[in-house]
Each structure stands twice: as C-alpha cells, then as structure tokens.
Design a protein around this ligand. Sequence first.
Ligand SMILES: [Fe+2]
Ligand SMILES: [Fe+2]
Length: 199
Amino acid sequence: MNKDKTTLGLELPTDPRWVNIAEKNIEDILVDHAYCEQKAASSCISLIIMFPEREKLVDVLTPVVAEEWAHFELVIEHLKKRGFKLGKARKDEYVSRLNGIMKKGGTRDEQLVERLLMNALIEARSCERFKLLWKNIEDEELQRFYYDLMVSEAGHYHNFIDLAKEYLPADKVENRWKYFLSEEAKIMKELTPRADRMH
Ligand SMILES: [Fe+2]
Ligand SMILES: [Fe+2]
C-alpha cells in the first residue's frame, strides 16, 4: 500500500498525463469541478437528513455543507471570470462506479459507515487531483485556488474517517476502508484519464 501521507492512502496515483490534458481543457475541468462541489454539499445534507439523531455527525457535517457550498460559489466565480458557463451536469462515471462498492443491508450504523467511507474516498481522490493541479498548472490564480481546496478537502477526508470511527469499532472501519481503497484502485485502472473530468 502507498504510505505517502499526502495521498491519504490511495493505492493508485493519478496518471501524470492527466494534469497536462486537464490544463488544456480548463473550461470542462471547472464545469465538472463545480458539480463535484455541488454533489459534496448535497451528499453532506443527505447524511444530515438521513441520520438526524447522530448528534456528532450533524455537528461535524453542518459546517462542511457550508464549506462545500462556498467552494461551489468560488468555482462559479472562476468560470464567470473566464467567460464560461456552468451548463448541464455530465454523467459522473467515477462516482457511479464507486457507488457499487458500498455494501447493501446491514445495521443502520453499518449503512452510515459505508456512506461516510464513500465520502472519504471521494475527498481523498479530489485532494490528490487538487495537489496535482496546484503543483503543475501554469495559471497562478488557479494554483492558489487548488492549493486551498487541497487543504480543505484533506480536512473533510479526516472528518469522514473520524466520524466513521464514532459509529463502528476502529478495526472494522479500517478493514472496510482498505477494501474501499483497493476497489477504488481497480476502478481507476479501468477508467481512462479524461481531459474533461476532475476524476
Ligand atoms: Fe469542496
Ligand atoms: Fe470536501
């Protein structure tokens, strides 16, 4: 397993060619990114709606909703500044494939942990992509933007992992997390890096 802490446990690093092709398609990347932030906010809202009795979850995720929505607003600003439009959402193949990793059934706590780990996984991969963009993109304004997002999404990744450990024993969460990481690596291997997608 990759022990580099900055990859948050991800097993397969992004194909380094992705950042070069992404930079040439910055309009598509920004549009796709805007939808990623929108989905991140909506996913936290759904968790709060589905598990309102989990006090810690509500306390931790309520400010995360606000942060994800602020990210969405910032991406919209970057789009507008460059004369681009948000347009319609495109199919998110990465996330639809990831959803297949989650176990069906089980206790309410197990269901919650599956969802928390799914969120942690998307945060970890997003963080890795923002790091690549920050380090490699030429646009200085976007460099700073991606650096800030990398830091923020890494914080969210820790929020989700810590929350998971509130509801199931740490060893169970860790086993499940290892499974999520290995399945994500398989999915990443199968998906060709796309010039117009964050993932
Ligand atoms: Fe975000
Ligand atoms: Fe996030």
